[in-house]
Design a protein around this ligand. Structure first.
Ligand code: GTA
Length: 150
């Protein structure tokens, strides 16, 4: 069956500022990658829960939990490395938007895990977008980090 993800411009809206290559190289890497990124996770979701849900799309090689660089605790995202491209595509197609720990999670293709990418890049140590949040989100430590500082 033809892949649903032939058009690289539609494959992911996220562009990692730290990818060491051109846009063309980034797009090509995404087309072939067997790694996915999972966002909007609860801080309390465990690696075991992630394994249980994501192994429905295929055999998992490795899970890397995203961590706050100061506290070293989960900060709401992770990377999942599959063995096969087809399983990674199924994960994006069927698991993205489903509910994990009462939250709709987002599954996105990723260019590949590198040491260092597990850490939140926000000034506070967590994820960047978490700092700008103005809502109260109990699954993510209450208010966003910038609001908490006010
Ligand atoms: N494959 O969607 C993704 C994705 N995200 C969101 C993060 N990662 C992702 N990977 C894929 N798809 O390894 C990866 C990163 C890194 C790890 C942690 O997760 O590659 P991060 O979330 O802490 O930081 O990364 P990231 O990704 O660099 O920041 P983000 O959230 O995209 O923000 C980008 C820029 O927009 C920043 O300059 C920030 O200042 C600005 N920004 C973000 N949100 C807001 C907002 N609400 N208001 C104003 N500015 C904002």
């Amino acid at each position: 069956m033809a892949s649903l993800f032939k058009d690289p411009s539609k494959i992911s809206v996220y562009r990692d500022r730290r990818f060491p290559g051109t846009q063309e190289e980034f797009d090509e890497t995404l087309q072939n990658s067997t790694t996915v990124y999972v966002g909007n996770m609860s801080f309390y979701t465990t690696e075991e829960q992630v394994y249980e849900l994501f192994s429905r799309a295929g055999e998992i090689k490795k899970i890397i939990m995203g961590l706050d660089k100061n506290t070293k605790t989960p900060c709401g995202f992770c990377f999942i490395l599959y063995y096969s491209r087809e399983d990674a595509e199924d994960s994006v197609k069927y698991i993205s938007g489903t509910i994990l720990d009462d939250r709709p999670i987002r599954v996105d293709f990723d260019w590949g895990f590198q040491e260092g990418r597990q850490w939140g890049r926000g000034k506070s140590g967590g994820q960047v977008r978490d700092e700008y949040r103005t809502d109260y989100d109990p699954g993510r430590g209450g208010y966003g980090k910038l609001v908490q500082k006010e």
